[in-house]
Design a protein around this ligand. Structure first.
Ligand code: ZN
Length: 161
């Protein structure tokens, strides 16, 4: 069975930056599962997975605008330290933190630490990078009627509810 409309696909991935350094990998956990066509993963990655079968491996490189966005130098904010989700014991520039915003929890990088506030770079940590996904399709199956109704994959690597 090929990945396409009406299927749920599972995959392992490794994320690399343009220099080939590993940024992230799913291989320590269970494969990620998604319902095809619902854009639950990056569209460029989903388009590359279309038509693949279980066991296939491939690499796809996405430019920043198709991956995590271009860097926006305006994306900076000064926020009260108490708005950080988990305040690191010793905060330093370059450290990744999570901050509560009106739009929910966001990842950010510390630029400067003050007494009560921190200056944050709120670009996605991978913004501005061409990202290469090294992908292994671990399963392709027909979506259940319930999954199609809910609009997401159930079970291992998907939604649990
Ligand atoms: Zn559901």
């Amino acid at each position: 069975m090929q990945v396409g409309t009406g299927t749920v696909f599972s995959f392992h991935y490794t994320l690399q930056d343009a220099e080939g350094a590993e940024l992230e990998s799913s291989r320590e956990g269970e494969p990620h599962a998604a319902l095809y066509g619902r854009r639950q993963i990056l569209p460029g990655l989903e388009d590359a997975i279309a038509g693949k079968e279980r066991g296939e491996t491939f690499k796809v490189t996405l430019p920043p605008e198709k991956a995590y966005g271009v860097r926006n130098e305006e994306s900076r904010a000064r926020v009260p330290i108490k708005h950080l989700v988990k305040k690191p014991a010793k905060m330093q520039p370059g450290m990744m933190v999570q901050v509560n915003t009106r739009d929910g929890v966001r990842n950010a990088t510390i630029i400067k630490v003050g007494r009560f506030n921190v200056d944050l770079d709120t670009n996605h940590p991978y913004a501005g990078n061409s990202i290469t996904f090294d992908v292994e399709v671990t399963d392709v199956r027909a979506a259940t009627r319930e999954e199609l109704a809910h609009g997401h994959a159930h079970g291992a690597g998907g939604h649990h509810h």
